[in-house]
Design a protein around this ligand. Structure first.
Ligand code: FE
Length: 393
C-alpha cells in the first residue's frame, strides 16, 4: 500500500501571505533565518496580519544555514515556554527545516535524534500546534514535504528526518518572497528542485500520483530557470511554483543517490561546504548515467527527455541528450561540472573517498534509488564526478 500526503491547504500567488489574516489561533512562534525577511519588510507584514487575526506572536530568529541539533533543542525549549498553537516558519529551507524538528521536540521533549532518524517512525504531532510554512527560496519544497535536514555539528553529519507528521498543515507560496533571492541562490535552489523532480520520477516509489507533479516541475524548470536566474520576475514566480510541485512529488516518491552524495559530501571537505543544490547539480548527470544502465530506468529518463523536447532515436540517445541538457543548465547558471572544478583538493578527496562513499550508500535516500549500488561503485561514481569522466559501470 502506498501513501500520498500533502498539506491540507496550499495558497499560491501574489499576496498569498495575506491568508494569515484569517488564521485561527491564539499564539504563534515565527521561526526565521538570518534577517532577509525582516530587511525586505515581510516580517512586519506577517506581524500585522497575525495581529489582525488576534494572534500573539513570539520570534525564534537567526536560524543558521544547515541548522544544528543545538538550534533545534533551544527553539523547542522556547516553544515549551510560550506554548504556541501555531508554528510559522518563513524563509529558506533552513528555518523551515529547523522549525519542523523543533515542533517534534516541542510536543515530545523526551524524544532524541537517534530515534527520529528511523524514517516514518515519529510520534503523532498536532497535539499542541499546527504548522504553517512560507518559503522564500525556490528549491527545497520543504513547505510541502515530510522532510527536514538537521546537522550534527559535533559528529559532522546530517540527519535527514522523514515523516508525514512533519508535512506542514498550510503552505503559503507567495512569489513576492522569492524575488529577494540573489542569482547564485536562484541557480543552486533551482537545480535542487530539478534534482527533486528527476529523482522522484525514477524512484522505486514513483507512481501515478507523483509522476504528473514531477514531469510538470521538470518542464517548468526547463522553461523558466535560466530566465529566473537572469532576474525575470514572472520566471521567478513560475520557478517558485515548480519547486513546490517538485516538493510534492519527492515528499511522496522520495529521492535517490544524487541526494545521498550531496548529503554526505556537502560538509565533508576542509575547503568549505558544497551548497546542497550545487552538489546535486554536479552529481545529477553522473547519477543518471549510472542509473540508466538499468533498462527500465533508462526508459523513464528517456520519457523525461521527451517531455522537454529533446530528440533521440533510442532510449540511450535520449539519456545522453538529457545529461547534455543538464550540463548546459549548469554552464548557463555558472555551476561547476565536477568536484575538481568546484575546488575540492585532490589529495583530500582521494583520502576521504572510501569513507564518504560508504556514508553515501548508507544515506536514507539510497533506499529509493532505482539501481542498487555498493560502496566500491559509489566510490567509482564519486571519482567520475570529481574528474568528469564517463560512468560506464
Ligand atoms: Fe534537495
Amino acid at each position: 500500500m502506498n501513501r500520498f500526503t500533502l498539506p491540507r491547504d496550499i495558497y499560491w500567488g501574489e499576496g498569498a501571505i495575506e491568508e494569515l489574516r484569517k488564521l485561527d489561533g491564539k499564539r504563534a512562534v515565527l521561526v526565521l533565518g538570518g534577517g532577509s525577511m525582516r530587511r525586505f519588510g515581510f516580517v512586519d507584514k506577517v506581524l500585522a496580519y497575525l495581529k489582525e487575526a488576534g494572534i500573539e506572536t513570539e520570534f525564534i530568529e537567526n536560524i543558521e544555514p544547515d541548522p544544528s541539533v543545538q538550534t533545534v533543542l533551544k527553539g523547542a525549549a522556547k516553544m515549551r515556554e510560550f506554548e504556541p498553537d501555531w508554528i510559522i516558519a518563513m524563509g529558506g529551507g533552513s528555518p523551515i527545516d529547523a522549525a519542523k524538528a523543533m515542533w517534534v521536540f516541542y510536543e515530545y521533549p523526551d524524544t532524541d535524534f537517534e530515534s527520529l532518524i528511523q524514517p516514518f517512525s515519529f510520534p503523532t504531532l498536532r497535539k499542541k500546534a499546527r504548522f504553517l510554512a512560507i518559503p522564500s527560496t525556490s528549491g527545497t519544497g520543504t513547505e510541502v514535504t515530510a522532510f527536514s535536514v538537521i546537522t550534527d555539528t559535533e559528529k559532522g553529519t546530517k540527519y535527514p528526518l522523514a515523516d508525514f507528521n512533519i508535512t506542514p498543515d498550510i503552505a503559503l507560496v507567495d512569489p513576492a518572497l522569492a524575488e529577494t533571492m540573489p542569482p547564485k541562490l536562484t541557480a543552486h535552489t533551482g537545480m535542487d528542485a530539478l534534482t527533486h523532480a528527476i529523482e522522484a520520477y525514477v524512484s522505486v516509489l514513483h507512481g501515478p500520483f507523483t509522476d504528473p507533479l514531477a514531469t510538470q516541475a521538470i518542464m517548468m524548470v526547463d522553461q523558466y530557470l535560466q530566465a529566473s536566474f537572469g532576474g525575470d520576475k514572472s520566471a521567478r514566480e513560475q520557478m517558485h511554483y515548480a519547486q513546490c510541485l517538485a516538493g510534492m512529488a519527492f515528499s511522496n516518491a522520495l529521492l535517490g543517490i544524487t541526494h545521498s552524495l550531496a548529503h554526505k559530501t556537502g560538509p565533508a571537505y576542509s575547503t568549505g561546504h558544497i551548497p546542497h543544490g550545487c552538489a546535486n547539480a554536479i552529481y545529477l548527470p553522473f547519477v543518471i548515467q549510472f542509473n540508466a544502465k538499468d533498462e527500465t530506468t533508462a526508459a523513464r529518463y528517456a520519457l523525461i527527455a521527451r517531455h522537454i523536447g529533446l530528440k533521440g532515436d533510442s532510449d540511450a540517445a535520449l539519456v545522453e541528450a538529457l545529461c547534455a541538457k543538464i550540463d548546459q543548465y549548469n554552464s548557463a547558471l555558472n555551476i561547476p561540472h565536477t568536484l575538481q572544478e568546484f575546488g575540492i583538493v585532490e589529495a583530500e578527496f582521494l583520502q576521504k573517498l572510501d569513507h564518504v562513499a560508504e556514508l553515501a550508500v548508507g544515506d536514507a535516500c539510497t533506499l529509493a534509488n532505482p539501481r542498487k549500488i555498493t560502496p566500491p561503485e559509489m566510490a567509482k561514481l564519486l571519482k567520475a564526478a570529481y574528474y568528469g569522466t564517463r560512468v560506464d559501470f
